[in-house]
Structures are given as structure tokens and as C-alpha cells.
Design a protein around this ligand. Structure first.
Ligand code: NAD
Length: 294
């Protein structure tokens, strides 16, 4: 049996210069992936320490490639020079595409997007890496909503092949085509999806987390649940996956899903994500989540 899926085909000029906003888990990974596949990228954050975290992440990933013999020291040095850290929008007018990867909060994102739009060239594409927030909703903050779409990478960016390219109500075909072309240039598999809270993957994933949380309510041991799901064939169980994603990120995403689908996704009682968030156990990013990390 052969499965057949319709592939998106559209011609677009290659992206020569990219930019990413936010140097966190995702921003650092996007910068690494773009630079190592040959597209230079500007990386902006709000302060030096945050910027340094993104650079450290990219350097660590490159170090891993060097150790495994996939690249040599010269290539590593070259890739690093393709990532330009910055605290200002100074060179952003050179970017063909800007990927926004700041915190998962509607108001923060809207204000950041409106700000960046003023600092890029009129034909540049703006894309948000939001996990859950509606693209049409974010586009209301913009003067040029047709040049805006979603570009949803998965964590860790260098390992996960899929990128959801999300078409908002006003997104133009040219915007989708350029974003698809950029994802392909990064070595990723883009899939174009329509806009809704959670898009495709998180609409499947968050009900699954809800099911996991329900199991814990019934007294299940999360380590056992993880082991069972791994034996079932998934690369990792739900608790470990939440630690990788970041409990804070999942918490905000869960709230957006509950608002978007109140009949199915809202919950009166605190779920496992809420409780972990309150305990500030954010997962691997602060070395304590369901598991402890050293
Ligand atoms: P993070 O907390 O690791 O990083 C966010 C970064 O944004 C921080 O460095 C912060 O200083 C920076 N920032 C905040 N305001 C800014 C501004 N005005 N300008 C520039 N930088 C600013 O978060 P993350 O996990 O990298 O998530 C970023 C986005 O990616 C979110 O929208 C999230 O939903 C999405 N996402 C996350 C995952 C995941 O698994 N973590 C997966 C897919 C998508």
C-alpha cells in the first residue's frame, strides 16, 4: 500500500539573508540550522545574556557535529560567522525573511511583530514560530498581513524534520512560497496547513497530554507511562516530551488550546502541566521537570 500526499509546489527566489527574533531554545536552534545549511542569519534578543544562550546552543550543536566528524574546524568557524547576534534592528532591512521566536504570549508577540514590521523592507516576509496562537489573530497587529504566516518548527530544531507553514486568512501565496523555500533550504520538510489554534500537530498532541494528565489523576506513575509509550513505539513518553518542550511553553499553549476549543480542551481542575508550572519545574531548561537533569 502506498500513501500519497499532495505536495506544495511553488517557485520562490531563494532566501539570501534570514533573521530570527529571540535567542531561546527555538531561536538558537533556528539560527544553527539556517547557518549550517548556508543561509546567513541575524539573531536578535533583548539582552546580552539571552543572546549568549542562543549562541552557546548553536556552538554546542556545531561542537557535536565536529566531534562526530561530520564537519571540520574550518566549517565550524565558517558557520559561526554566519550567525550575527544583535540587540538592535540595525541590519534587519537586509533580511528576506524574519522568523519571530519570542515567548508564547499573544500580547508580547503582537507588539514585537508590529515593531519588527517597521524595521524590515517592504517586500520582506515575517513568520511566527508560535506553537498555538492563531496566525490570523497575530496578523491583526500588522500593516501587511499578506506578508505574514506561521513557520512552526519543532524542538529540537536540528533533529525534527517537520515544519508547519501556516496560512492565515490574509497570507499571500508568495509569502507561503518563500517560507516553504526557506524551510526546504534548511533541510526541513514543510507542510502547509490552515490556521486554527494548535494547527495540526498540537491539536493532536495536547489532547494526548490531557489524557496523560488524566492518568496521573487516577494514580498512574509517570515513569511507567513514559516506558509504556516508548514500548508502544513512540520515541519518548509524554512526561519526558513535556520536559523537552518546556513546561512553561506547554502551559501557555495549553491555555490557548482551552480558549480555542472550550468544549473539548478547557478544564476546571488543575492538570499536570498547571501543577508543574506552579512549582516552576519547567523541564530541561531549568534542569527540573518531571525528571531531574544534571
Ligand atoms: P524561550 O523562553 O527559550 O525563548 C524566548 C526568547 O525570546 C528569550 O530568549 C527571550 O529573552 C526572547 N524575547 C522575549 N521578548 C523579546 C523581544 N521583544 N525581542 C527579542 N527577543 C525577545 O522560548 P522557546 O521555547 O524558544 O519558544 C519561543 C517560541 O517558539 C514560542 O512561541 C513557542 O511557543 C515556540 N515553540 C516552542 C517549542 C518548544 O518546544 N520549546 C516548539 C515549537 C515552537
Amino acid at each position: 500500500v502506498k500513501r500519497v500526499a499532495k505536495k506544495y509546489t511553488a517557485e520562490a527566489e531563494p532566501v539570501k539573508q534570514a533573521a530570527v527574533l529571540g535567542a531561546g531554545i527555538m531561536g538558537g536552534g533556528i539560527a544553527y540550522q539556517s547557518a549550517s545549511r548556508g543561509t546567513p542569519i541575524l539573531m536578535k534578543d533583548i539582552n546580552e545574556p539571552a543572546l549568549q544562550l542562543g549562541l552557546d546552543e548553536a556552538t554546542k550543536l556545531l561542537g557535536g557535529q565536529l566531534k562526530r566528524g561530520r564537519i571540520d574546524a574550518a566549517k565550524m568557524a565558517k558557520v559561526i560567522t554566519q550567525i550575527t547576534p544583535t540587540l538592535s534592528y540595525g541590519d534587519f532591512d537586509r533580511a528576506d525573511i524574519v522568523v519571530e521566536a519570542v515567548v508564547e504570549n499573544v500580547n508580547v508577540k503582537k507588539s514585537v511583530l508590529a515593531d519588527v514590521e517597521k524595521n524590515i523592507s517592504a517586500d520582506s516576509v515575517l513568520a511566527s514560530n508560535t506553537s498555538t496562537i492563531s496566525i490570523t489573530e497575530l496578523a491583526t497587529a500588522l500593516e501587511r498581513p499578506e506578508q505574514f504566516c506561521g513557520m512552526h518548527f519543532f524542538n529540537p530544531v536540528h533533529r525534527m524534520p517537520l515544519v508547519e507553514v501556516i496560512r492565515g486568512e490574509k497570507t499571500s501565496e508568495a509569502t507561503i512560497a518563500r517560507t516553504v523555500a526557506y524551510a526546504q533550504a534548511m533541510g526541513k520538510t514543510p507542510v502547509v496547513v490552515n490556521d486554527c489554534p494548535g494547527f495540526l500537530v498540537n491539536r493532536v498532541l495536547f489532547p494526548y497530554f490531557g489524557g496523560f494528565s488524566g492518568l496521573l489523576e487516577s494514580g498512574a506513575d509517570f515513569v511507567k507511562v513514559d516506558k509504556v509509550m516508548e514500548r508502544f513505539g513512540w520515541p519518548m513518553g509524554p512526561a519526558y516530551l513535556l520536559d523537552v518542550v518546556g513546561i512553561d511553553t506547554a502551559y501557555h499553549a495549553d491555555a490557548v488550546m482551552a480558549e480555542g476549543f472550550p468544549d473539548r480542551m478547557s478544564h476546571d481542575n488543575e492538570n499536570a502541566i498547571d501543577r508543574m508550572f506552579k512549582l516552576e519545574r519547567f523541564g530541561q531548561k531549568n534542569a527540573k521537570g518531571f525528571y531531574r537533569y544534571e
